[in-house]
Write a protein that binds this ligand. Structure first.
Ligand code: HEC
Length: 391
């Protein structure tokens, strides 16, 4: 009898655990279907501007924002422990709210721009690294063909159909009209494609294919061709490396350290983008490492390296990514050399961000946070224990 009761409890328990595990994926599935509705609404001027659709577009946006709020990197069933999830999900939900408020206030053109950028958040999370499922040749939403080319690749990454997404990005890279119409969008598609090839697929041949389409596109401006030429060199170097797959935390850390050092050697000045491929490779490995929540100084060093990478890869991920890593590094191991180093970079980045033609103006709340972090990075632990609430 008691054995049967035990079995019963065991079954109850394990089915509960499975239900918990499924939650994240269920939310993602719901986001997928909501995103399909949203993109369909905003992809056509006629549909978006037709008064008959106003209500349903608003209802879809509200549903989408609600789902966005349900995704928080803090939840116990997050697929990994990379705190980047927390950061992205916070911005994701507040921007989705922003879109809803703009729609309600009648700022429809602005709301449309924000809604159109929603896939950036899906992409920022999904292309961090090579973990998580990827789907192939599933039946895609029948409205897919109606989307403009630039949205197709993004949509496919958002639903984790990475192979098909790469094909869309290759088509854009090869398209002369795409390169001459809006070079900003063209570059964005190229970056999304590289993020998939380098971080999700970790495949130099796929990255090479993509940039060779850019190299042979007659309408690509000179500066971008020159940049792509530098990336080509990095990819060829990558191809010549012995294919080692670092698995342990230590090996991942060693590889990320090597790649960031090589990247910094390659750059000719801090804003130089010629080492993007190296930084992308490094950041992919760092996200994998951060997913296992390394603690202590290794954790802080990994956060520091992520900060250095995103200082350069400012258009990957989301805004102020690097500052987030520096702050996390300081809080993770206060009063250490690495915390000091993280603070130095953090301060530099904040000053830079608040400096304009009229000089540097730092708002008081930002100044207060700087002071707090400076204290955490330099003051001795004794001092810290005297000031009760530092967070
Ligand atoms: C905060 C980060 C984050 C955001 C934002 C995000 N995702 Fe995800 N999503 C993930 C992660 C991580 C996984 C992989 C989970 C795993 O390892 O099983 C995933 C998995 C998925 C899956 C696969 C689910 C399954 O069946 O296994 C789909 C579909 C998906 N996401 C769609 C979306 C869409 C669409 C958006 C944007 C509208 C989005 N996601 C935004 C992190 C995110």
């Amino acid at each position: 009898m008691s054995f049967i009761r035990c079995l019963f409890i065991l079954v109850l328990f394990s089915s509960g655990a499975v239900a918990e595990e499924k939650k994240w994926n269920q939310k993602m599935k719901a986001l997928e279907s909501s995103l399909g509705d949203l993109l369909f609404d905003i992809s056509s001027d006629a549909r978006f501007d037709d008064k008959k659709n106003y209500k349903s577009i608003e209802v879809n946006a509200i549903r989408f924002a609600k789902l966005a709020h349900s995704v928080t990197g803090k939840s116990a069933n997050s697929p990994d422990r990379d705190r980047t999830l927390e950061l992205i999900s916070r911005d994701f939900s507040s921007e989705a709210d922003n879109a809803v408020q703009s729609l309600k206030a009648g700022h429809r053109a602005y709301a449309r721009v924000i809604l159109n950028s929603m896939t950036n958040y899906c992409i920022a999370c999904h292309t961090r690294t090579n973990t998580g499922p990827s789907f192939a040749a599933l039946k895609v939403d029948s409205r897919f063909e109606k989307l403009p080319p630039s949205s197709r690749g993004n949509y496919l990454v958002a639903i984790r159909e990475f192979d098909r997404a790469l094909i869309e990005f290759q088509k854009i890279a090869a398209s002369e009209s795409a390169a001459s119409a809006a070079v900003f969008d063209y570059e964005r598609a190229l970056r999304s494609g590289l993020s998939v090839a380098v971080r999700v697929k970790r495949d130099p041949d796929l990255a090479l294919k993509l940039i060779d389409f850019v190299g042979s596109n007659a309408k690509v401006p000179y500066y971008l061709k020159a940049q792509v030429g530098e990336w080509r060199k990095s990819i060829l170097e990558w191809k010549s490396e012995k294919p080692a797959t670092p698995v342990s935390g230590e090996a991942l850390f060693a590889e990320a350290t090597r790649l960031v050092a090589r990247a910094r050697e390659t750059q000719k000045f801090p804003a130089d983008r010629s080492a993007d491929i190296l930084y992308l490779r490094a950041s992919g490995i760092l996200h994998e490492l951060l997913g296992n929540l390394p603690t202590g100084e290794t954790g802080s060093k990994a956060l520091y390296l992520a900060g250095l990478s995103y200082d350069v890869l400012s258009d990957y991920g989301i805004k102020d990514f690097s500052e987030f890593y520096y702050r996390s590094c300081i809080r993770n191991t206060p009063h250490t050399d690495i915390a000091k180093e993280c603070y130095r970079r953090y301060e530099e980045s904040v000053y830079f961000g608040y400096t304009g033609s009229g000089g540097t103006y730092i708002p008081s709340d930002v100044r207060a946070r700087l002071n707090e972090l400076e204290l955490l990075s330099t003051a001795s632990p004794d001092l810290k224990s005297k000031s009760p609430e530092l967070h």
